[in-house]
Design a protein around this ligand. Structure first.
Ligand SMILES: NC(=O)c1ccc[n+]([C@@H]2O[C@H](COP(=O)([O-])OP(=O)(O)OC[C@H]3O[C@@H](n4cnc5c(N)ncnc54)[C@H](O)[C@@H]3O)[C@@H](O)[C@H]2O)c1
Length: 407
């Protein structure tokens, strides 16, 4: 197979796509503007879960993949995949600066008939109203094809991964959709076609808004349970015995990562553009982002009403277990809240060496309280257990009946 694929942005989304496409036989040029990252990838080094040094080395030696921070003008039809970050700015509005730069890079090297697929999450209409006009104008090419295939990957998930998570696809033209279908069909088990890119974009935003709203709802239940003195987990598990119309979510200290706290704001932005106030999303944001404050109050009560000088150690500060991603992690807000209340915080995270100048330290028994926030499977809690350290388990999937639970 001689078709080339250029993946723009090699993070949690782009690198797995690049590897899968290369393993499926495409000749992949893996491009990232971060030179340091490229140097590491050229040596096979990455922190992205489930991608191994051996895998990268093998594809490199076969000539299936190359890593670069500089793109060359293409000489023949190429498939471009956009997988760059689409965060929120300080006002929680879409920050599409990296997406626009990616489009500029593509426009410079694209040739007639290239297929451009957007996997980055963005507001509804981004492919048609932003990506296409920008690349068409900059490249001065009129034959480019555009498809939307929003990524739904959950990095580190051992059950649902790139291959077996159904891939949503649509195109601005039927031809674009058809070509995108052929591409993903090489390494995805199931393709789900939708009638327009806007549907694919909306589906991606809605599925993560669904999670955000339900997490907020269950966090509210946890607050009610705390005051009424019943076990949230037990109530949720009891509700989950209903075989229809219910899906369990579990309380936590909030939502983190690049998706759940961000994507719903892209949906509310889409709503604002047409004069609709997306109230559920705002409310869910409010409830979830209040959780670190709520937990701080709970800890204050538990430690006698004053946190000044209290030594508290946190186990796990990334936004979910077994990955190194700190983006939007609510653990960081919890650290801020506890510190502002006067507590002396130390933390242990095998995936994070340093955060804001503070280093990860081993779990110690010399603390007033241990907080389990992100229970990475490699954390050994024996130091706390042996010394009978007071522990509050705040992890969402702890399966400890009673949340928040003092162990
Ligand atoms: N992380 C997830 O779990 C996940 C899941 C589904 C969808 N998404 C979406 O996918 C997109 C990418 O997210 P991610 O988590 O992979 O981000 P990431 O930060 O892990 O990686 C993005 C990469 O893009 C590079 N980059 C930035 N601007 C660039 C440019 N102009 N040209 C080339 N490279 C550039 C960065 O250096 C970085 O290496 C986002 O829109 C995100 O919302 C993420």
């Amino acid at each position: 197979m001689s078709m080339s694929v250029i993946v723009v942005g090699l993070g949690y989304v782009g690198l797995p796509i690049a590897i899968h496409a290369a393993e499926a036989g495409y000749k992949v040029i893996a491009f990232d503007s971060n030179q340091e990252k490229i140097l590491k990838l050229q040596q096979g080094i990455t922190e992205i879960p489930d991608i191994t040094l051996q895998q990268i080395k093998k594809l490199q030696s076969n000539g299936q993949i190359s890593f670069t921070s500089k793109l060359e003008k293409q000489v023949k039809k190429t498939i471009f995949i956009i997988s760059v970050p689409t965060p929120l700015d300080l006002n929680r509005a879409p920050d599409l600066s990296m997406l626009k730069l990616a489009c500029n890079s593509i426009a410079k090297v694209a040739v007639d008939d290239c297929l451009i697929i957007n996997e980055s999450t963005s507001y509804i209409g981004t492919l048609r109203n932003l990506i296409k006009p920008l690349i068409d104008r900059e490249s001065q090419i009129t034959t480019l094809k555009y498809a939307a295939a929003p990524e739904r990957i959950d990095p580190g998930n051992k059950k649902w991964f790139l291959k077996n998570t159904p891939r949503l696809i649509s195109g601005i033209t039927d031809e674009a959709k058809k070509e995108a279908k052929v591409f993903y069909g090489k390494f995805c088990d199931e393709i789900y076609e939708v009638s327009a890119p806007e549907v694919a974009e909306a589906a991606k935003l809605f599925e993560n808004s669904f999670r955000q709203v339900n997490i907020a709802l269950v966090n509210e239940l946890a607050l009610i349970a705390d005051k009424l003195n019943f076990s949230t987990h037990e109530a949720i598990m009891a509700a989950a015995t209903k075989p229809f119309g219910f899906m369990p979510f579990f309380p936590s200290i909030g939502v983190g990562g690049h998706c759940i706290p961000v994507d719903p704001s892209y949906l509310s932005y889409s709503a604002e553009l047409v004069g609709i106030d997306a109230k559920f999303i705002k409310l869910a944001n409010q409830v979830n982002s209040l959780m670190p404050k709520v937990i701080t109050e709970r800890v204050r009560e538990y430690l006698g009403g004053d946190l000044k000088g209290k030594q508290i150690q946190i186990a796990g500060i990334t936004y979910k277990p077994n990955i190194s991603d700190l983006r939007e992690s609510p653990a960081l807000d919890l650290i801020k809240e506890l510190t502002m209340a006067g507590a002396i915080i130390s933390w242990h995270d095998p995936f994070v060496k340093v955060y804001e100048g503070q280093q990860s330290v081993a779990l110690t028994s010399e603390v007033d309280l241990g907080l389990i926030v992100t229970p990475h499977s490699q954390i050994d809690f024996s130091t706390w257990k042996t010394a009978n350290v007071k522990v509050l388990d705040l992890s969402a999937n702890s399966n400890n009946y009673g949340w928040p639970k003092f162990l």
